[in-house]
Design a protein around this ligand. Structure first.
Ligand SMILES: Nc1ncnc2c1ncn2[C@@H]1O[C@H](COP(=O)(O)OP(=O)(O)OP(=O)(O)O)[C@@H](O)[C@H]1O
Ligand SMILES: [Mg+2]
Length: 269
């Protein structure tokens, strides 16, 4: 069975689609069969990212390893069981269609709470939650006391993950490996960075996730999308001399993939 990687956070703009594209492409480039689904049916950033990649590869004649992105199949009312939700049916059908032919399925979630996102979380073997290093983003994970920074209790997104974990336990599935990825880390704001880091560490012990470093704040991430490229493709498209920032970004992706620690994946790029 395919190992399902869900990338989710109800907070918008935290780096979910960027993370999806980089993780899925890193796996495809390592020779794995990678299925992909974009549950942000409106923005479709991950879907558009892969479409851009296919178009660029065709135009340039380059063979770029690419995840197998599928749309959710449509469903007629007559195909549903009594009481069955149409979104549940569509997601299950899409995962089943990819399962046999994929080593991994990478699923991008919207930056909001939806039925599809909730269900996807319960399918996750690995859940990656990118977050910006800010207490605004932290607020969706837990409430904290503004004076002492003590954690007062879990918040909406953590509660949703908890429900997904309960569902999996009831179904006898193995627990979710939940990873919070700190994205867009900057060289400045050391004080805030330390405070968020400490709060995340406290919370991780309490509600059970791992914290890993993600990507630093880098302009390159915004430039790659139109051609559907990732940090790993730059050499293929003729960028011979990677600048220091790009080399450092590749190293961050390597460290990220090692820290995510997917089964059978030896990070050798
Ligand atoms: N490490 C980074 N450095 C610089 N820009 C970044 C970084 N990570 C993401 N971005 C930029 O931030 C914006 C939001 O990223 P992305 O679309 O991946 O987030 P998202 O969580 O999928 O958003 P949404 O919730 O709207 O789906 C994009 O413009 C992206 O290029
Ligand atoms: Mg997105």
């Amino acid at each position: 069975m395919a190992h399902i990687i869900v990338v989710g956070n109800e907070k918008g703009g935290s780096g979910k689609s960027t993370t999806c594209m980089h993780v899925a492409t890193a796996l495809a480039r390592s020779g794995f069969r990678v299925g992909a689904l974009d549950l942000d049916l409106r923005q479709r950033t991950f879907g558009r990212y892969v479409e851009n990649r296919i178009a660029f590869a065709q135009k340039s004649g380059l063979a770029l390893p690419t995840p197998d992105m599928r749309d959710l199949p449509e469903v007629e009312a007559g195909q549903l069981q009594p009481g069955e939700n149409a979104y549940d049916h569509r997601l299950s059908a899409a995962v089943s269609a990819l399962d046999a032919g994929s080593d991994f399925i990478v699923i991008d979630c919207p930056g909001s709470h939806t039925r599809l996102s909730q269900l996807a979380h319960s399918l996750a073997d690995t859940l990656i939650t990118p977050m910006n290093d800010s207490f605004i983003d932290f607020d969706l994970l837990a409430r904290i006391d503004p004076e002492t920074n003590k954690i007062l209790g879990p918040s909406i997104y953590s509660e949703m993950v908890w429900q997904a974990r309960q569902l999996r336990a009831q179904a006898g599935l193995k627990p979710i490996d939940w990873i919070v990825l700190r994205n867009r880390l900057g060289a400045q704001q050391m004080h805030n960075k330390k405070k968020v880091g400490k709060a995340l560490e406290d919370l991780s012990r309490r509600i059970g996730f791992r914290v890993i470093p993600g990507f630093s704040e880098r302009v390159i991430f915004r430039e790659l999308f139109p051609r559907g490229l990732t940090l790993l493709d730059l050499k293929d498209v003729g960028v011979d001399n990677l600048n220091i920032s790009n080399v450092a970004a590749r190293q961050e992706l390597r460290d990220l993939m090692r820290a995510v620690n997917l089964p059978g994946v030896d990070v050798a790029f």
